[in-house]
Write a protein that binds this ligand. Structure first.
Ligand SMILES: [Zn+2]
Length: 120
């Protein structure tokens, strides 16, 4: 992966983390909901921003990230998360999880697959 690609990945991870934090800590307020669009107010770390989400237009924000880069910023993502939260009824495989015993068994069996002495 090239340097700029790696930066993009890191940037989007940063934005995602920040966006979910903004939602969790309730910095997102829906100011107005119209037909097919919503206006939000998001309290960021340094300022308060307005985000417009619309079904037909590109989302926009009043922060410098959006003004200069025109790519999704943490505020826009936070508003999207806020208005369309991930479906809680879908079981999260990671949280469902395996018991430590089951994991141990899987790991032990998998190790056998790579051990030539057990090949038949
Ligand atoms: Zn923004």
């Amino acid at each position: 992966m090239g340097f700029s690609q790696r930066c993009k990945v890191l940037l989007s991870e940063y934005i995602q983390t920040k966006a979910s934090r903004l939602v969790e800590e309730q910095w997102v307020f829906e100011l107005f909901r119209g037909k097919g669009y919503s206006i939000f107010q998001v309290e960021g770390d340094t300022d308060i921003y307005q985000v417009h989400l619309s079904e037909t237009n590109t989302p926009s924000c009043t922060c410098l990230h959006w003004v200069y880069r025109h790519t999704i910023c943490s505020h826009i993502l936070a508003c999207q998360l806020y208005s369309e939260p991930p479906h809680p009824e879908e079981p999260d495989e990671l949280e469902e999880g395996l018991t430590p015993k089951e994991i141990e068994r899987l790991v032990t069996e998998a190790a056998d697959l790579f051990n030539p002495t057990t090949w038949r």
